[in-house]
Structure formats: structure tokens, C-alpha cells
Design a protein around this ligand. Structure first.
Ligand code: NI
Length: 195
């Protein structure tokens, strides 16, 4: 790739696009491939391991994930029009989200999921996942349904989180993230990955 893909700003809570259901993607062309490249670059720039299209203001059912953050090329996953077709078990772990920076909370998720999605060529595939990838699948697919991890928190916990976000969001004028000159270090769920 000669040219570096464009880095988009990450939309912040409570932007209404984050609460909308994404539209199904029906055209699998070069434009879509470019958008996917841009989403990976935007995700890496924001120190994330998952990014859904609504988080860059595009209300479509598309998400990119890389749970090893560039370490293993096989970990790069593109899910187009994904759905969870089976899930088993339950696991609780701390999550964060690029659209609600610096906010973390424990969320129960299925321990193992199978996702059916379309790839960039328009072919259906299925992928089973456990551990962090299973969590990333569920978190990102939620984004495509207009759902955020804070929606799972208890009333009290959510109220606490919202109060904290009220203080924090001044750091993000216009709900846009201001990139700090210091690199974002990992914290949170065994690495602080944000999705
Ligand atoms: Ni997220």
C-alpha cells in the first residue's frame, strides 16, 4: 500500500449515531476495502483492538478487530453484516470503549460464540471465538445494534460512570477525542484494550 489510509476521528458518547442500528452492507467494492483500511488505521491510532463503523459516524454493519494489536496478522478480523449464531457459557471481565474514553466497567458476556458474517469479497463465513476475541465480537456487534457496554451496567454503577464521564468529556470537545501527546498505556481488562 503506497498511501497511508485516512485516520478518522472517533465519535464519542452520546452521539446519536452510536445508538442507531447500522444498515446492512450490500455492495462489496473497492470503496468498502478502502473504508476497512481506514478503520484499521483509525483503530490503531486510537490504541484500540476493535472499531465499529458507527464509531466513525458511518451507520453500517461493519466492524474491524485485532485483539493482538498488530502483533499477529492472523488476528485481523473484518466482520460485515455479522450475527452471533450461537453462544455458550458466561464470563465477566472489564471493558472499555473508544467512544467512552477512560470509562471501564465489568460486563458479563458469553464465553464462546460463533459469528456468521460476510467477508470483503461478499462471501459468508463462520468463526468461533473464545476469550478476548469472543468478547470483542460481542462488544463490536453490539455497536452495530446501537448498544454500548455501559448499557449492561447496573443502575448505580451506570450513574457513577455517567457522573465521571460528565467530568471527563470536557477533555473531548464536541465529543471528539483530543489525542494526547503521551501514548495511551494499557489498563483495564488484562491490557486495557478499548473497543
Ligand atoms: Ni466500543
Amino acid at each position: 500500500m503506497a498511501k497511508k489510509a485516512k485516520v478518522h476521528e472517533i465519535v464519542k458518547y452520546p452521539d446519536p449515531v452510536l445508538a442507531k442500528r447500522g444498515e446492512t452492507i450490500t455492495v462489496f467494492d473497492d470503496k468498502l476495502k478502502t473504508l476497512v483500511e481506514e478503520m484499521f488505521e483509525s483503530m490503531y491510532a486510537a490504541q484500540g483492538i476493535g472499531l465499529a463503523a458507527p464509531q466513525i459516524g458511518i451507520s453500517q454493519r461493519l466492524t474491524v478487530i485485532d485483539v493482538s494489536f498488530k502483533k499477529n496478522p492472523d488476528d485481523k478480523v473484518v466482520l460485515i453484516n455479522p450475527e452471533i449464531i450461537s453462544e455458550t457459557g458466561k464470563e465477566r471481565a472489564e471493558e472499555g470503549c473508544l467512544s467512552i474514553p477512560d470509562i471501564y466497567g465489568d460486563v458479563d458476556r458469553a464465553a464462546r460464540v460463533t459469528v456468521r458474517a460476510t467477508d470483503l469479497e461478499g462471501n459468508l463465513f463462520e468463526r468461533e471465538a473464545t476469550e478476548l476475541l469472543a468478547r470483542a465480537f460481542q462488544h463490536e456487534i453490539d455497536h452495530l445494534h446501537g448498544k454500548l457496554f455501559i448499557d449492561y451496567l447496573s443502575f448505580l454503577k451506570r450513574r457513577g460512570v455517567m457522573a465521571r464521564w460528565e467530568d471527563l468529556k470536557e477533555k473531548y470537545p464536541g465529543q471528539r477525542r483530543v489525542l494526547s501527546p503521551t501514548p495511551v498505556t494499557a489498563d483495564g481488562n488484562d491490557g486495557g484494550e478499548k473497543r
